[in-house]
Ligand binder design. Structure first.
Ligand SMILES: [Fe+2]
Length: 211
């Protein structure tokens, strides 16, 4: 076995957003650091079970529980990085420009940007604890919007997250009442860094399939 990967919490240059306070961001960064810490802790504990090259029968119950938690902690870490990255310090410019690559992709997949947005916002308002994520299928470039329960249920294997919106209450509870999630979603949109979103798109361009 090689050396264990240890993750470090990233620092995000993010403040002065529109409608999302610095206090919220500070609290949110701390929560994110917790996911990084727990991911490292789980990987370390799991590696202990593998020290002798196998998972023994009597180890299986504990090992299974640790392994099930991996998806929660890992995705909690990674999705927060996508989320903070797709926000723009000082606030954004609202919807993407008319000729932008994202608008074109949304038009191709949804018939129009407004339809794409209506669905993404609608998913963000779904009852429950989780995320709204717009993915791109790297095989054909198509965009699709998905509800993710907690951090790990609903992610599509191999799809690229393009726009990631945290709708856990901790993302807005210092700024809005629980019932005012739509106001937070509006604020989220006014802070999107579309350059970052489009960079993810370009990376996700369809690759020709080898014959
Ligand atoms: Fe969060």
């Amino acid at each position: 076995m090689g050396a264990l990967d240890v993750y470090r919490a990233r620092q995000f240059n993010l403040s002065n957003l529109t409608g999302i306070s610095d206090e919220t961001l500070e609290m949110h960064f701390k929560l994110y650091e917790g996911y990084v810490k727990e991911t490292n802790k789980l990987n370390e504990k799991i590696s202990q079970f593998l020290k002798d090259g196998k998972v023994d029968q009597e180890e299986f119950a504990e090992y299974s529980e640790l392994n099930r938690r991996l998806g929660f902690e890992y995705n909690g870490m990674v999705l927060h990085e996508y989320y903070f990255d797709n926000l723009k310090t000082g606030g954004g410019t609202g919807d993407p420009a008319n000729a932008s690559a994202f608008r074109q992709a949304a038009e191709q997949s949804f018939g129009g940007y407004d339809t794409w947005k209506a669905e993404f916002v609608g998913i963000g308002k779904m009852r429950g604890v989780g995320w709204a994520i717009c993915y791109q299928n790297p095989m054909n470039g198509a965009l699709s919007n998905h509800w993710i329960t907690l951090h790990e249920t609903g992610n599509v294997a191999g799809f690229t997250p393009v726009l990631v919106m945290d709708v856990w209450e901790h993302a807005f509870i210092l700024d809005y009442k629980p019932a005012d999630r739509p106001k937070y979603i509006e604020a989220f949109f006014s802070n999107i860094d579309w350059q970052i979103v489009e960079r993810r798109l370009r990376q996700a361009k369809a690759q020709p399939i080898a014959a």
